[in-house]
Design a protein around this ligand. Structure first.
Ligand SMILES: Cc1ncc(COP(=O)(O)O)c(C=O)c1O
Length: 389
């Protein structure tokens, strides 16, 4: 089982980001973890091996990534997957037909699609609630509730869940609190401090940070839960390849530097947008006008680079999306380059239109992922794109 090296927990975040999970390679002392491109491992004799038998079960490059992110999250065990949705799909395999899961009503569209179009047909039941209000989570608990799943801040509405309150409810219900920490990253938010049992990510986003791979990772503290997840990781087999693991690991080395830059740019871009469009149209937890700004300051140490803006109509949204030059019109987020998107037709197209409307993911909404470019250039780009608005 991929457990962290305990001594990695001694360092501060930046030291862990660079070093945790990695040791000089034993053959030549290479400081960088090699990409172990192998499917199997030679055994010295029948039943005698070095702890590695077949690469679906274990791969040293993947293990280095798993240990690194587990240390950053303040967890004990990491499990990397071939994508973020592959990761949450494997987490859901902890449960069985008849089990009940409470899920935040605004989660990434692909997470909702997995639950609504696949897993509910396999006997799991889901109740979607507005997890901004802990009472609603509590009211949804039944005798069959096995998990409470939240994304905070959410994609794209930037809604927050009070993790401490959700953690209390989960504990009393005997359910697991499962937190998608993709937007905040462990640099800005540490869900285990508030009672999370499983913290997971799309590593495709900020952890990798360079938009050059797809991946997911789950981190846990509890040894029994880790043993169950390890079984699923091997038995269901949604594992990442070694090169993707290496790319993600290369990304986490600079996570703290990048997140500071995303946060700086995010705050300035949000302030510019609020000035231009009126703060009621700009959704960013770092703005005082965000209804959960106080909670954001309490449970997050930074606000990051994700901002949503209500443009009013699809035409106005299309104008901005069509005029940007530094921001690129594309799905995804969390890379060093700035991206802009239209959630209703892109990341959340798999959410039925009436559900999107009810949540407030309108045709006029755009979502910005502020990269780490020069903020003056980002603001000039927006100035040009918002001309006449
Ligand atoms: C918050 C969040 N969680 C999970 C995912 C799914 O991750 P992946 O695309 O790596 O499968 C995404 C993808 O956009 C996301 O934004």
């Amino acid at each position: 089982m991929t457990r962290i090296y305990d001594e990695d927990l001694d360092g501060e975040f930046a030291t862990q980001a660079v070093h945790a999970g990695q040791r000089p390679e034993p053959l030549a002392g290479a400081i960088m973890t090699p990409v172990y491109l192998t499917s199997t491992y030679v055994q010295d004799a029948l039943g005698e091996h070095k702890g590695y038998e077949y690469a679906r079960g274990k791969n040293p490059t993947r293990e280095a990534l798993e240990r690194n992110v587990a240390a950053l999250e303040g967890g004990r065990h990491g499990f990397a997957f071939a994508s973020g949705v592959g990761c949450v799909d494997s987490i859901m395999k902890l449960f069985k037909s008849g089990d009940h899961v409470i899920c935040g009503e605004n989660v990434y569209g692909g997470t909702f699609r997995l639950f609504d179009r696949i897993l509910q047909h396999m006997g799991l039941s889901f109740t979607y609630v507005d997890t901004r209000d802990p009472e609603r989570i509590n009211d949804a608990v039944t005798a069959r509730t096995v998990a409470i799943l939240v994304e905070t801040p959410t994609n794209p509405l930037m809604r927050l869940t009070d993790l401490a309150a959700a953690g209390d409810i989960a504990r009393h219900a005997g359910a697991l609190l499962v937190v998608d920490n993709t937007f905040a990253t462990p640099y800005f938010q540490q869900p285990f401090m508030y009672g999370a049992d499983i913290v997971w990510h799309s590593t495709t986003k900020y952890l990798n940070g360079h938009s050059d791979m797809i991946g997911g990772i789950a981190v846990v503290r509890d040894d029994d839960l880790a043993a169950r997840l390890q079984f699923i990781q091997n038995a269901a087999g949604a594992v990442p390849g070694p090169f993707d693991s290496w790319l993600a690991l290369r990304g986490t080395k600079t996570l703290h530097l990048r997140m500071d830059a995303h946060d700086r740019n995010g705050r300035q871009v949000a302030a510019w947008l609020a000035e231009r469009m009126g703060e009621e149209h700009v959704i960013y937890p770092g703005l005082r006008s965000h209804p959960q700004h106080e909670l954001a300051c309490r449970q997050m140490t930074g606000m990051g680079g994700m901002i949503s803006v209500e443009m009013g109509t699809k035409e106005r949204a299309a104008q901005v999306l069509g005029r940007v030059r530094v921001f690129s019109l594309a799905e995804s987020l969390g890379g060093v380059e700035s991206l802009i998107s239209h959630p209703a037709s892109m990341t959340h197209a798999s959410v039925p239109p009436e559900r999107r409307a009810q949540l407030g993911i309108t045709e006029g909404m755009i979502r910005l992922s502020c990269g780490v470019e020069d903020v003056g250039d980002l603001l000039n780009d927006l100035e040009h794109a918002f001309e006449g608005m």
